[in-house]
Design a binder for this molecule. Structure first.
Ligand code: 5GP
Length: 213
């Protein structure tokens, strides 16, 4: 029988690790398998970013209202802005059988792991520190002081990498996308095989207990 349900997956990576590009490519290649959660943030849109596609852009007041109304699964502050995952979309997509990817920073990731035990945490890294620096500078979307803050944050985030379940190096885009896809599929297959086994054996044991066998 085809397994229809999806799982929640967390992907983190230093700013400049290329995770946005990897996610876009993953969704392009396997559109029916994945849904990428769109977060709310108080940071300003970058050139080319569209409301509701990259983020839902909010004022601090609006964001704090979302927190108070319990509309977020998790949220965190990252380089002086709020970022959070809206609950409704995630629940809807999971129930429709898609794997929902949360592309979030490390604090949020660890909160998800505490809340939904068993959620796989994947960390995407650039091949080395110099590549990370070059990517951030070449992106040209942030002034040098913001780049420096993001690099300082990367140093802090490096401390938490050991709490992740998997680490994937993003050197070659094509290879990285396939590695992420293969990993998620295998985790999902294992989760659902275990769940199916548990359901069967539970039903059989209950029958035996009732004396029906
Ligand atoms: P950026 O400003 O570069 O788009 O994102 C900055 C960081 O915030 C990235 O590490 C990104 O993964 C993270 N982020 C984006 N959305 C969320 C979210 O909903 N929750 C948390 N905790 N982090 C997020």
């Amino acid at each position: 029988m085809e397994i229809q349900k999806g799982i929640l997956v967390v992907i983190s990576g230093f700013s400049g690790s290329g995770k946005g590009t990897v996610m876009k490519e993953l969704l392009k290649r396997y559109p029916s398998d994945y849904a990428l959660s769109v977060s709310a943030t108080t940071r300003l849109p970058r050139d080319g970013e569209v409301e509701g596609r990259e983020y839902f852009f909010k004022s601090v007041e609006q964001f704090e209202k979302m927190i108070a109304n319990d509309e977020l699964i998790e949220y965190a502050k990252y380089v002086s802005n709020y970022y959070g995952t809206p609950k409704a979309y995630v629940e809807e997509q999971l129930s429709e059988g898609r794997n929902v990817i949360l592309e979030i920073e490390t604090q949020g990731a660890l909160n998800i792991k505490r809340k939904f035990t068993g959620t796989p945490l994947i960390f995407l890294t650039p091949p080395d520190a110099q590549t990370l620096y070059d990517r951030l500078v070449n992106r040209g979307s942030e002034p040098m002081e913001v780049i420096a803050s993001r690099l300082r944050r990367a140093v802090e985030e490096a401390e938490l990498v050991d709490q992740y379940d998997y680490r994937i190096v993003n050197d070659d885009l094509d290879q990285c996308v396939e590695e992420v896809h293969g990993l998620i599929q295998s985790v999902r297959d294992r989760v659902f095989a275990n769940r199916k086994f548990a359901e069967h054996i539970k039903a059989d044991l209950l029958q035996i207990l009732k004396g029906e066998r």
